[in-house]
Design a protein around this ligand. Structure first.
Ligand SMILES: Nc1ncnc2c1ncn2[C@@H]1O[C@H](COP(=O)(O)OP(=O)(O)OP(=O)(O)O)[C@@H](O)[C@H]1O
Ligand code: NI
Length: 339
Protein backbone atom coordinates (compact mmCIF):
# COMPACT_ATOMS: atom_id res chain seq x y z
CA UNK A 1 0.00 0.00 0.00
CA UNK A 2 1.42 3.36 -0.84
CA UNK A 3 0.88 6.74 0.73
CA UNK A 4 -1.71 8.81 -1.08
CA UNK A 5 -0.01 11.78 -2.65
CA UNK A 6 -1.21 14.25 -5.23
CA UNK A 7 2.19 15.64 -6.17
CA UNK A 8 2.71 19.31 -6.86
CA UNK A 9 6.46 18.91 -7.32
CA UNK A 10 8.49 15.88 -8.13
CA UNK A 11 12.26 16.15 -8.08
CA UNK A 12 14.02 13.32 -9.88
CA UNK A 13 17.69 12.48 -9.68
CA UNK A 14 18.95 16.03 -9.18
CA UNK A 15 22.68 16.79 -9.36
CA UNK A 16 24.16 20.25 -8.71
CA UNK A 17 27.86 21.17 -8.78
CA UNK A 18 29.71 24.39 -8.00
CA UNK A 19 32.81 25.06 -10.06
CA UNK A 20 35.12 26.82 -7.62
CA UNK A 21 38.86 27.57 -7.75
CA UNK A 22 39.42 24.96 -5.06
CA UNK A 23 37.63 22.31 -7.11
CA UNK A 24 34.20 21.03 -8.02
CA UNK A 25 31.79 21.06 -5.08
CA UNK A 26 29.39 18.16 -5.52
CA UNK A 27 26.65 19.88 -3.59
CA UNK A 28 23.62 17.80 -4.62
CA UNK A 29 24.15 14.20 -5.55
CA UNK A 30 21.10 12.40 -6.88
CA UNK A 31 18.32 13.87 -4.80
CA UNK A 32 14.74 12.73 -5.47
CA UNK A 33 11.56 13.55 -3.62
CA UNK A 34 7.93 14.53 -4.05
CA UNK A 35 5.98 17.28 -2.40
CA UNK A 36 2.28 16.44 -2.06
CA UNK A 37 -0.31 19.14 -2.63
CA UNK A 38 -1.45 20.71 0.63
CA UNK A 39 1.33 19.44 2.86
CA UNK A 40 4.25 21.03 4.63
CA UNK A 41 7.33 19.16 3.50
CA UNK A 42 10.54 19.73 5.40
CA UNK A 43 14.18 19.54 4.42
CA UNK A 44 16.31 19.25 7.52
CA UNK A 45 20.03 18.79 8.09
CA UNK A 46 23.23 20.45 9.23
CA UNK A 47 24.69 23.52 7.64
CA UNK A 48 26.04 22.95 4.13
CA UNK A 49 24.09 19.74 3.48
CA UNK A 50 22.35 21.23 0.44
CA UNK A 51 18.95 22.40 1.65
CA UNK A 52 19.09 25.85 0.07
CA UNK A 53 20.67 24.63 -3.14
CA UNK A 54 17.87 22.08 -3.47
CA UNK A 55 15.24 24.74 -2.83
CA UNK A 56 16.75 27.12 -5.35
CA UNK A 57 17.12 24.39 -7.96
CA UNK A 58 13.37 23.86 -8.00
CA UNK A 59 12.90 27.01 -10.05
CA UNK A 60 16.31 27.04 -11.69
CA UNK A 61 17.70 29.70 -9.34
CA UNK A 62 21.23 28.30 -9.38
CA UNK A 63 23.69 30.86 -10.64
CA UNK A 64 27.32 30.59 -11.75
CA UNK A 65 29.59 29.01 -10.51
CA UNK A 66 26.75 26.60 -9.76
CA UNK A 67 25.26 24.32 -12.38
CA UNK A 68 22.35 21.91 -12.37
CA UNK A 69 24.04 18.95 -14.02
CA UNK A 70 21.17 16.57 -14.26
CA UNK A 71 17.68 15.89 -13.06
CA UNK A 72 14.08 16.85 -13.51
CA UNK A 73 11.77 19.06 -11.51
CA UNK A 74 8.24 18.16 -12.52
CA UNK A 75 5.64 20.73 -11.59
CA UNK A 76 1.95 19.79 -11.61
CA UNK A 77 0.02 23.09 -11.58
CA UNK A 78 -3.30 21.31 -10.97
CA UNK A 79 -4.17 17.87 -9.61
CA UNK A 80 -3.54 15.33 -12.33
CA UNK A 81 -2.29 17.99 -14.76
CA UNK A 82 0.39 17.14 -17.25
CA UNK A 83 3.65 18.03 -15.51
CA UNK A 84 6.02 20.75 -16.68
CA UNK A 85 9.73 20.06 -16.31
CA UNK A 86 10.80 23.38 -14.80
CA UNK A 87 14.44 22.72 -15.59
CA UNK A 88 13.66 22.78 -19.29
CA UNK A 89 11.88 26.13 -19.29
CA UNK A 90 13.56 29.30 -20.48
CA UNK A 91 14.55 31.84 -17.83
CA UNK A 92 11.73 34.01 -19.11
CA UNK A 93 9.10 31.31 -18.57
CA UNK A 94 10.58 30.42 -15.19
CA UNK A 95 10.32 34.03 -14.09
CA UNK A 96 6.59 33.90 -14.77
CA UNK A 97 6.22 30.98 -12.38
CA UNK A 98 8.72 32.17 -9.78
CA UNK A 99 7.13 34.81 -7.57
CA UNK A 100 3.63 33.87 -8.65
CA UNK A 101 2.81 30.15 -8.65
CA UNK A 102 5.94 29.25 -6.71
CA UNK A 103 7.27 31.87 -4.33
CA UNK A 104 10.12 32.09 -1.85
CA UNK A 105 10.63 33.42 1.64
CA UNK A 106 14.31 33.70 2.51
CA UNK A 107 16.07 33.90 5.83
CA UNK A 108 17.05 37.53 6.00
CA UNK A 109 14.15 39.90 5.36
CA UNK A 110 16.48 42.89 5.03
CA UNK A 111 18.20 41.26 2.09
CA UNK A 112 14.87 40.46 0.42
CA UNK A 113 13.58 44.04 0.57
CA UNK A 114 14.84 46.96 -1.44
CA UNK A 115 15.80 49.78 0.97
CA UNK A 116 14.91 52.43 -1.61
CA UNK A 117 11.22 51.62 -2.00
CA UNK A 118 8.25 51.59 0.34
CA UNK A 119 6.74 48.32 1.47
CA UNK A 120 3.54 49.10 -0.42
CA UNK A 121 5.46 49.74 -3.61
CA UNK A 122 7.32 46.46 -3.29
CA UNK A 123 4.18 44.38 -2.71
CA UNK A 124 2.56 46.18 -5.58
CA UNK A 125 5.51 45.73 -7.90
CA UNK A 126 5.43 41.95 -7.48
CA UNK A 127 1.77 41.90 -8.48
CA UNK A 128 2.44 44.25 -11.39
CA UNK A 129 5.30 42.14 -12.71
CA UNK A 130 2.97 39.19 -12.89
CA UNK A 131 0.11 41.15 -14.48
CA UNK A 132 -2.17 40.83 -11.47
CA UNK A 133 -2.89 44.55 -11.42
CA UNK A 134 -3.06 47.31 -14.01
CA UNK A 135 -1.15 49.99 -12.14
CA UNK A 136 1.15 50.33 -9.15
CA UNK A 137 -1.47 52.65 -7.63
CA UNK A 138 -4.12 49.95 -7.70
CA UNK A 139 -1.49 47.68 -6.22
CA UNK A 140 -0.86 49.92 -3.25
CA UNK A 141 -4.54 49.64 -2.30
CA UNK A 142 -4.26 45.87 -2.54
CA UNK A 143 -0.98 45.97 -0.61
CA UNK A 144 -2.86 47.25 2.42
CA UNK A 145 -5.13 44.20 2.27
CA UNK A 146 -2.15 41.92 1.93
CA UNK A 147 -0.37 43.53 4.88
CA UNK A 148 -3.55 43.03 6.92
CA UNK A 149 -3.55 39.41 5.92
CA UNK A 150 -0.05 38.94 7.32
CA UNK A 151 -1.18 40.74 10.50
CA UNK A 152 1.04 43.73 10.02
CA UNK A 153 0.08 46.15 12.76
CA UNK A 154 -1.33 49.40 11.39
CA UNK A 155 -1.16 48.26 7.76
CA UNK A 156 -2.46 51.58 6.33
CA UNK A 157 0.55 53.41 7.72
CA UNK A 158 3.10 50.66 7.24
CA UNK A 159 2.39 50.43 3.54
CA UNK A 160 4.04 53.85 3.19
CA UNK A 161 7.08 52.92 5.26
CA UNK A 162 10.53 52.09 3.99
CA UNK A 163 12.11 48.82 5.16
CA UNK A 164 14.39 50.52 7.71
CA UNK A 165 11.32 51.90 9.47
CA UNK A 166 10.10 48.40 10.32
CA UNK A 167 11.22 45.93 12.98
CA UNK A 168 12.74 42.61 11.93
CA UNK A 169 9.46 40.79 12.49
CA UNK A 170 7.49 43.38 10.53
CA UNK A 171 9.98 43.16 7.68
CA UNK A 172 9.53 39.40 7.55
CA UNK A 173 5.74 39.90 7.56
CA UNK A 174 6.18 42.22 4.58
CA UNK A 175 8.33 39.61 2.83
CA UNK A 176 5.68 36.98 3.49
CA UNK A 177 3.08 39.40 2.14
CA UNK A 178 5.13 39.87 -1.03
CA UNK A 179 5.51 36.15 -1.41
CA UNK A 180 1.74 35.62 -1.05
CA UNK A 181 0.71 38.57 -3.17
CA UNK A 182 0.17 36.54 -6.35
CA UNK A 183 -1.65 33.66 -4.65
CA UNK A 184 1.11 31.09 -4.98
CA UNK A 185 0.44 27.37 -4.92
CA UNK A 186 3.79 26.48 -3.43
CA UNK A 187 5.71 28.59 -0.93
CA UNK A 188 9.34 27.73 -0.30
CA UNK A 189 10.41 29.05 3.09
CA UNK A 190 14.18 28.79 3.59
CA UNK A 191 14.96 29.24 7.30
CA UNK A 192 12.34 31.98 7.45
CA UNK A 193 12.89 32.82 11.10
CA UNK A 194 16.60 32.26 11.69
CA UNK A 195 17.40 35.96 11.52
CA UNK A 196 14.70 36.88 14.07
CA UNK A 197 14.45 36.94 17.89
CA UNK A 198 13.00 33.85 19.53
CA UNK A 199 9.60 35.37 20.38
CA UNK A 200 9.26 36.87 16.93
CA UNK A 201 10.21 33.49 15.45
CA UNK A 202 7.21 31.90 17.13
CA UNK A 203 4.87 34.61 15.87
CA UNK A 204 6.11 34.25 12.31
CA UNK A 205 5.81 30.45 12.40
CA UNK A 206 2.28 30.80 13.76
CA UNK A 207 1.47 33.17 10.96
CA UNK A 208 2.83 30.78 8.33
CA UNK A 209 0.76 27.97 9.76
CA UNK A 210 -2.43 30.05 9.69
CA UNK A 211 -1.79 31.37 6.20
CA UNK A 212 -1.06 27.89 4.93
CA UNK A 213 -4.51 26.72 6.04
CA UNK A 214 -6.34 29.83 4.94
CA UNK A 215 -4.73 30.11 1.51
CA UNK A 216 -4.58 26.41 0.72
CA UNK A 217 -0.85 26.51 0.31
CA UNK A 218 1.69 23.80 -0.08
CA UNK A 219 4.86 24.63 1.84
CA UNK A 220 8.45 23.50 1.50
CA UNK A 221 10.08 24.43 4.80
CA UNK A 222 13.82 24.40 5.22
CA UNK A 223 15.27 24.38 8.68
CA UNK A 224 17.93 22.89 10.90
CA UNK A 225 15.62 23.16 13.90
CA UNK A 226 14.04 19.81 14.81
CA UNK A 227 11.61 21.61 17.11
CA UNK A 228 10.21 23.50 14.14
CA UNK A 229 10.07 20.30 12.14
CA UNK A 230 7.97 18.67 14.85
CA UNK A 231 5.75 21.70 15.04
CA UNK A 232 5.16 22.43 11.37
CA UNK A 233 5.77 19.49 9.09
CA UNK A 234 3.76 16.65 7.65
CA UNK A 235 6.69 14.88 6.03
CA UNK A 236 10.42 15.27 6.41
CA UNK A 237 13.51 14.56 4.37
CA UNK A 238 16.76 14.39 6.28
CA UNK A 239 19.69 15.54 4.18
CA UNK A 240 23.32 14.74 4.72
CA UNK A 241 26.16 15.99 2.51
CA UNK A 242 24.06 16.53 -0.59
CA UNK A 243 21.84 13.45 -0.33
CA UNK A 244 18.56 12.51 1.28
CA UNK A 245 19.36 9.81 3.83
CA UNK A 246 15.86 9.32 5.23
CA UNK A 247 12.33 10.40 4.43
CA UNK A 248 9.16 9.70 6.40
CA UNK A 249 6.08 11.31 7.77
CA UNK A 250 6.69 13.29 10.89
CA UNK A 251 5.29 10.79 13.41
CA UNK A 252 7.14 7.91 11.86
CA UNK A 253 10.41 9.83 11.75
CA UNK A 254 10.33 10.76 15.42
CA UNK A 255 9.02 7.38 16.55
CA UNK A 256 10.91 5.07 14.31
CA UNK A 257 14.07 6.60 12.84
CA UNK A 258 16.33 4.14 11.01
CA UNK A 259 19.33 6.02 9.71
CA UNK A 260 22.19 6.49 12.20
CA UNK A 261 22.38 10.15 11.16
CA UNK A 262 18.66 10.74 11.82
CA UNK A 263 19.02 9.03 15.17
CA UNK A 264 21.97 11.24 16.03
CA UNK A 265 20.00 14.34 15.02
CA UNK A 266 17.09 13.31 17.21
CA UNK A 267 19.35 12.45 20.13
CA UNK A 268 20.73 15.95 19.87
CA UNK A 269 17.21 17.22 20.57
CA UNK A 270 16.04 15.29 23.65
CA UNK A 271 12.55 16.65 23.36
CA UNK A 272 11.65 17.73 19.85
CA UNK A 273 9.12 20.17 21.20
CA UNK A 274 11.67 22.22 23.08
CA UNK A 275 12.79 25.01 20.87
CA UNK A 276 16.43 24.74 19.95
CA UNK A 277 18.48 27.37 18.26
CA UNK A 278 20.83 24.87 16.68
CA UNK A 279 21.35 21.18 16.47
CA UNK A 280 23.68 19.83 19.10
CA UNK A 281 26.85 18.72 17.46
CA UNK A 282 27.27 15.20 16.27
CA UNK A 283 30.82 13.84 16.59
CA UNK A 284 32.95 14.45 13.51
CA UNK A 285 32.56 17.14 10.90
CA UNK A 286 30.52 17.63 7.80
CA UNK A 287 32.58 16.36 4.84
CA UNK A 288 34.14 18.56 2.25
CA UNK A 289 32.02 18.17 -0.84
CA UNK A 290 34.94 18.69 -3.21
CA UNK A 291 36.20 15.28 -2.18
CA UNK A 292 33.20 13.65 -0.56
CA UNK A 293 33.73 10.29 1.13
CA UNK A 294 33.12 7.41 -1.27
CA UNK A 295 30.25 5.01 -0.65
CA UNK A 296 27.95 6.35 2.02
CA UNK A 297 28.90 9.96 2.64
CA UNK A 298 28.11 9.54 6.34
CA UNK A 299 30.45 6.58 6.89
CA UNK A 300 33.38 8.52 8.45
CA UNK A 301 31.06 9.63 11.27
CA UNK A 302 28.97 6.51 11.55
CA UNK A 303 29.38 4.32 14.64
CA UNK A 304 27.91 1.34 12.76
CA UNK A 305 30.07 1.58 9.64
CA UNK A 306 30.60 -1.66 7.67
CA UNK A 307 33.08 -2.37 4.86
CA UNK A 308 30.53 -1.90 2.13
CA UNK A 309 29.68 1.59 3.43
CA UNK A 310 33.15 2.79 2.44
CA UNK A 311 32.82 1.45 -1.07
CA UNK A 312 29.29 1.57 -2.34
CA UNK A 313 26.57 4.11 -2.25
CA UNK A 314 23.60 2.72 -0.33
CA UNK A 315 20.45 2.38 -2.45
CA UNK A 316 17.11 3.79 -1.35
CA UNK A 317 15.21 1.20 0.62
CA UNK A 318 11.53 1.45 1.56
CA UNK A 319 11.13 0.27 5.13
CA UNK A 320 7.47 1.16 5.60
CA UNK A 321 4.69 3.12 3.93
CA UNK A 322 6.26 6.34 2.71
CA UNK A 323 9.40 5.66 4.76
CA UNK A 324 12.67 5.34 2.91
CA UNK A 325 16.28 5.26 3.96
CA UNK A 326 19.65 5.06 2.27
CA UNK A 327 21.72 2.90 4.61
CA UNK A 328 23.52 -0.45 4.24
CA UNK A 329 22.66 -1.51 7.79
CA UNK A 330 19.24 -2.54 6.64
CA UNK A 331 20.43 -4.61 3.72
CA UNK A 332 19.06 -4.22 0.28
CA UNK A 333 15.41 -5.08 0.66
CA UNK A 334 13.94 -4.70 -2.77
CA UNK A 335 10.60 -3.05 -2.45
CA UNK A 336 8.52 -0.52 -4.21
CA UNK A 337 7.42 2.74 -2.64
CA UNK A 338 5.74 2.12 0.67
CA UNK A 339 5.33 -1.63 0.10
N1 LIG B 1 27.87 29.93 -4.64
C1 LIG B 1 28.46 28.83 -4.18
N2 LIG B 1 29.75 28.56 -4.49
C2 LIG B 1 30.36 27.45 -4.06
N3 LIG B 1 29.78 26.52 -3.27
C3 LIG B 1 28.50 26.73 -2.91
C4 LIG B 1 27.78 27.90 -3.34
N4 LIG B 1 26.53 27.84 -2.83
C5 LIG B 1 26.48 26.69 -2.12
N5 LIG B 1 27.65 26.03 -2.17
C6 LIG B 1 27.98 24.74 -1.52
O1 LIG B 1 26.91 23.85 -1.69
C7 LIG B 1 26.70 23.09 -0.52
C8 LIG B 1 25.26 23.19 -0.08
O2 LIG B 1 24.98 24.53 0.34
P1 LIG B 1 23.55 24.99 0.87
O3 LIG B 1 23.55 26.47 0.91
O4 LIG B 1 22.50 24.32 0.08
O5 LIG B 1 23.54 24.40 2.36
P2 LIG B 1 22.36 24.49 3.43
O6 LIG B 1 21.98 23.08 3.76
O7 LIG B 1 21.29 25.38 2.93
O8 LIG B 1 23.12 25.11 4.69
P3 LIG B 1 22.63 26.23 5.76
O9 LIG B 1 21.87 25.49 6.81
O10 LIG B 1 23.91 26.77 6.28
O11 LIG B 1 21.81 27.25 5.03
C9 LIG B 1 27.71 23.58 0.50
O12 LIG B 1 28.81 22.72 0.53
C10 LIG B 1 28.11 24.93 -0.03
O13 LIG B 1 29.42 25.22 0.35
NI1 NI C 1 20.60 27.21 3.59
Amino acid sequence: MSIKCDPIIEVRDLYVNFYTYAGIVKAIDSVSFKICRGETYCLVGETGCGKSVTAKSLTGLIRSPGKIEKGEVLYYPEPGAKPINLLQLSENDLRKIRGSEISYIFQDPSASLDPLYTIGYQVSETMYEHDRIRSIKEGIRKAVEILRKVLMPDAETRVKNYPHELSGGMKQRAVIGISLSNNPKLVIADEPTTALDATVQDQIMDLLKKLKERENLTVLLITHNMGLVADMCDRVAVMYAGRIVEEADIYELFKNPYHPYTKALLRAVPNPLTKMEKLESIPGTVPNLINPPPGCRFHPRCPFKMDICERERPPDIWVGPGHRIACWLYGEKKSSEGA
